[in-house]
Design a protein around this ligand. Structure first.
Ligand SMILES: Cc1cc2nc3c(=O)[nH]c(=O)nc-3n(C[C@H](O)[C@H](O)[C@H](O)COP(=O)(O)OP(=O)(O)OC[C@H]3O[C@@H](n4cnc5c(N)ncnc54)[C@H](O)[C@@H]3O)c2cc1C
Length: 409
């Protein structure tokens, strides 16, 4: 196969890098490009705090439920390239994995080590080339022609097969700035607007609560961030949260919020605000609460009483008073909490929106541009944190790569 027959992969995040890996493994030459100087910036960020949550335990059926609205597609994608396939692949990259809290699967090696092995594998192949600082700017005026900018110069690249793996729009400092949306729309390809997903939410706390949160955070330093992490269960329209909820000056953060983020965004779109129910004592049943509140309060102040009979103190008590100013402790498992908005896309962990799935065939090839595939976060699917995002990126990359291998063999 000559040089011009290389598969062009645009975007060197995990989805693009995995396509490169599969194609090189199958003996197919690849040109991988990225607007940044080096690949995998967001992958490195994903693994930056406390290990890389690379996938999640469960069957394809179970996991597919996390890909809201796209369960059927993901059931197939996850059957073809499952969490077991992914953990085996991490083994070939030198990393064992282990199951952590709630079925989350983590790599034993840190993300930089894994990326190093990955790039070593690719760079060792004469079939592989990486072009950095090479930004996709649009489709050319004939099929198979793609426009770039490199070092201030326009550049045209030709390829019969191209994989787009340009990511979403969160954390633009990693290279994924979502600017590709304009180029795709200009080519008549439908793209759902990129929006913040797996992000914090705005709650208009009183000044008093904001002050208390700032104190608990150690006056704004990260040194006591754990002090603002509360044992709270939230629910949005009956969907319960799972995971940690962290109080911040602007509202709430943490995997507990992200786990119901899809539902919160839908409510915000419909009503302009979203009413969550908050259970400040999730470890206590309603019956247990009732029993404990049978104990007379006597001369105790409300805060003393709450501390003694319910173990409620500190920031949790302040939050209770914020949400239930009358101090009715019998309502502590069913409080209303109003979310008024989402944090900005730039801060989010991932983005919703992207190339509409109706534009893609079952192999993730653009129907209007045969030979062009779309993989990873830039396609319009979303999932909560917990390893589902990276699994989705690998499974979509696998599907497109297998089709290209099939077409070229
Ligand atoms: C703080 C943080 C923590 C996370 N933690 C986890 C986790 O624990 N588990 C999990 O599953 N997921 C996690 N994620 C999400 C995960 O990192 C992403 O879903 C994943 O990186 C998306 O992969 P991708 O290849 O689709 O896109 P990206 O990783 O975003 O890569 C896209 C690439 O395309 C390049 N690009 C963009 N535009 C152009 C252009 N016009 N021309 C050329 N190149 C371009 C970018 O520079 C980038 O290198 C986390 C994300 C963040 C921000």
């Amino acid at each position: 196969m000559g040089k011009d027959e290389r598969v062009l992969i645009i975007g060197a995040g995990p989805a693009g890098l995995f396509c490169a890996y599969r194609l090189i493994e199958a003996g197919i030459p690849v040109l991988l490009t990225d607007r940044m100087t080096s690949p995998g910036r967001k992958f490195l960020l994903a693994g930056a705090s406390g290990g890389l949550n690379c996938t999640h335990r469960g069957t394809p059926e179970e996991l597919s439920l996390k890909y809201y609205g796209n369960e059927a597609l993901f059931k197939g994608l996850l059957s073809d390239f499952s969490p077991a396939n992914l953990t085996n692949w991490y083994k070939t990259m030198g990393s064992d994995t282990f199951v952590g809290n709630g079925g989350k699967i983590f790599t034993k090696l840190e993300a930089p080590e894994i990326l190093k092995h990955w790039l070593e594998y690719l760079n060792a192949s004469p079939l592989f080339e990486f072009k950095g600082c090479c930004e996709f700017t649009g489709f050319g005026d004939r099929p198979g022609l793609f426009m770039f900018r490199q070092g201030g110069q326009a550049l045209e690249l030709e390829a019969d097969y191209a994989v787009f793996a340009l990511g979403g729009g969160s954390r633009p400092e990693t290279g994924s700035n979502g600017a590709w949306v304009n180029a795709f729309q200009a080519a008549g390809i439908q793209v759902a607007p990129l929006r913040a997903a797996n992000c914090g939410v705005q709650v208009p706390w009183s000044q008093y609560l904001r002050q208390r949160i700032a104190e608990a955070e150690g006056e704004g330093t990260a040194s006591r961030a754990g002090a603002t992490s509360l044992d709270i269960a939230l629910a949005c329209n009956g969907s319960p949260s799972t995971g940690e909820v962290v109080l911040t000056g602007y509202g709430l953060e943490g995997s507990g919020v992200y786990s119901i983020g899809y539902c919160i965004r839908q409510e915000l779109d419909k009503r302009g605000c979203c009413c969550l129910t908050a259970d400040l004592l999730p470890g206590l049943s309603a019956r247990q609460l009732e029993r404990r509140l049978e104990k007379p309060r006597g001369k105790n102040s409300l805060s003393n009483y709450a501390r003694k009979v319910l173990g409620l103190s500190g920031l949790s008590f302040v939050l209770f008073k914020e949400l239930q100013p009358e101090g009715d402790l019998s309502r502590i498992k069913n409080l209303n909490l109003t979310v008024t908005g989402l944090r900005p896309l730039e801060e989010a962990i991932s983005s919703a929106g992207g190339v509409c799935l109706s534009e893609l065939d079952e192999n993730l090839m653009l129907k209007s541009r045969p030979g062009c595939f779309v993989v990873g976060e830039m396609a319009d699917w979303e999932a909560p944190t917990g390893g589902y995002l990276l699994q989705g990126c690998f499974s979509t990359a696998y599907r497109a790569s297998e089709k290209i291998i099939d077409l070229l063999s």
